[in-house]
Design a protein around this ligand. Sequence first.
Ligand code: 5AD
Ligand code: FES
Length: 347
Amino acid sequence: MQVKNTTYYDDSTLKRWIEDDSLTEVLNKRADAIRKEIYGDKVYVRGLIEFSNICKNDCYYCGIRKSNYHVERYRLSEEDIISCAKLGYKLGYRTFVLQGGEDGYFTDDIMVDIVKKIKALHDDIAITLSLGERSYESFKRLFEAGADRYLLREETSDKDHYQKLHPSSMSFENRRDALRKLKEIGFQVGGGFMVGSPYQTTESIIKDLRFLEELQPAMIGIGPYMTQHDTPFKDFPNGSFEMTLRLVSILRILFPYALIPATTALGTINPLGRERGLQAGANVLMPNLSPTMVREKYSLYDNKICTGDEAAECRACLELRIKNAGYQIVTDRGDVITYDKKTRRYS
Ligand code: 5AD
Ligand code: FES
């Protein structure tokens, strides 16, 4: 079993794979075979807790950007967050993803406390954080408190493109540095990008793939760009479903060992999107564990699925859907295959 890819695929091959709609099926099949060889038919599930939609950033594509005054803002209390994790454990989840906007309320002291309390509930839990950019010291404290993984999509690896997606207060270099720091500290790191975001070109996607080859993240999350009607990008169309599926497969081919989710955005753009994502090489699902009352408010983009059987409570419906697609949900932490439990590091 070859966990890491050793073949070099040149830019023209990648370009063809990214652009050619007639290749979707071939690439999906090839990726599925690789995934089966390494991870079998296992699908890892993560309980997603979207604990705050308050954000100091103003990314032009994002529905919870600070300048969107149409969003009703919320912040879960520490008790609520821990209750979500307790409920999730009962439902069979062993990884909790704490995701929020860059909300200054959640200082290091508060986050460290939450991480420690959740980890103390059971000894077979993993915690993934998705809190945006923080300092090296902050990341380190969170890791030492017991957080295992950190998701921070690079969004794009093309500097010009980055500057078209973000206001000048946000820095392309800081984003990439943050990912490198997280990896150095020992987190299982997740990068990723949107497919079909405004001004994206095939060349910029190839730059992403090259950046990821350098970073070798444990996890890679991609989904189609989805229009949000209250953002400066409201007139740009959704990204392509087919291209996203091909990119999931390309990721599996380039990063055989990686944990790759079939994302909510993929499930929003197409009703069978997550099943198709799994068949294209993805091996992770992240159902929503947030309290029902706040789910609609975490509206990164229009029509985001949030109350149907993607919800974490509906474990039985989810299991059935996944089984019908040819896979099997498993109840364990689902670390990346190269992870060493003793050192808490992966290679
Ligand atoms: N469409 C798709 N994905 C989006 N994200 C933010 N806004 C959108 C959108 N309009 C993604 C970003 C971010 C993640 C939390 O959600 O990639 O990193
Ligand atoms: Fe940057 Fe939401 S404001 S992703």
